[in-house]
Design a protein around this ligand. Structure first.
Ligand SMILES: [Zn+2]
Length: 239
């Protein structure tokens, strides 16, 4: 018994393809299934909500995308094409599969890592782009429609592609707002100052003040009241 595979051939890998296993509930059970002598199928990895297991080396073609095998890296998710969006995004158990939501994230991270490893653009190809031989990310169904090779429709019509792609690039934590300086006029003296978190300094002339305001995108007209807060050291007097 062994995992089935073939040599790659000479054409470069251009597709990262995702599938649904339509039966296996875990990556371990999918691996056992592929390992059987009577099963003429395989994939590079199997993914469930808690693990990503490799069956076939990326140097070899797995048996999962028919004529596309030599030019694709393939992942089988332990899910079903029939799932609704709500089922795909469930963190509970759906059809015996634990945490499909986590599986989508795992598949996204695997896909991104294979795109980076292969130099393949991180984009979901249309069937027309598949037909044109462009490089990118596809579901088995995109391959079927783009090539006319076979009949498989996984990963189905409700796969949450938007979530899949946002999982690859989680939003960054917002940085603290930049603290901008303010321009203040001291009513007693008529002096105009820039006040920053580090300290303050007196503008030499109106031209400096206007240029400084433009640089920071702040109003050039000074606040016409005495500044009541901490102005810090006079930076213009420090040497
Ligand atoms: Zn498939």
């Amino acid at each position: 018994m062994a995992y089935k595979s073939s040599t790659r051939g000479t054409r470069p890998v251009r597709w990262i393809a995702i599938h649904t296993a339509e039966g296996a509930r875990t990556a371990v059970s999918l691996g056992k299934y592929f390992y059987r002598d009577d099963i003429a199928a395989s994939s590079h990895v199997g993914i469930d909500g808690g693990s990503t297991l490799q069956y076939v080396s990326y140097a070899k073609a797995a048996w999962t995308l028919r004529g596309g095998n030599p030019v694709s890296d393939n992942a089988e998710m332990c899910g079903f094409s029939r799932w609704t969006r709500v089922q795909w995004l469930s963190t509970g158990t759906v059809d015996g599969v634990a945490n499909p939501r986590a599986m989508v994230r795992r598949c996204a991270l695997w896909t991104k890592s294979r795109c980076v490893a292969r130099g393949i653009p991180i984009r979901h190809l249309t069937p027309a782009q598949v037909a044109a031989g462009q490089a990118g990310i596809i579901a088995h169904w995109d391959y079927t429609r783009g090539t006319g090779d076979g009949t498989h429709t996984d990963v189905g019509t409700n796969f949450p592609w938007d979530v899949f792609f946002s999982d690859m690039n989680p939003p960054k934590v917002e940085e603290e707002d930049e603290v901008k300086p303010h321009i203040y006029k001291l009513t007693k003296t008529g002096e105009v100052y820039a006040v920053t978190p580090m300290g303050c300094w007196k503008f030499k002339n109106d031209g400096d003040r206007v240029a400084y305001a433009k640089l920071w995108g702040i109003p050039a007209t000074p606040t016409d009241t005495d500044f009541a807060g901490w102005m810090g050291p006079r930076l213009d007097l420090l040497t």
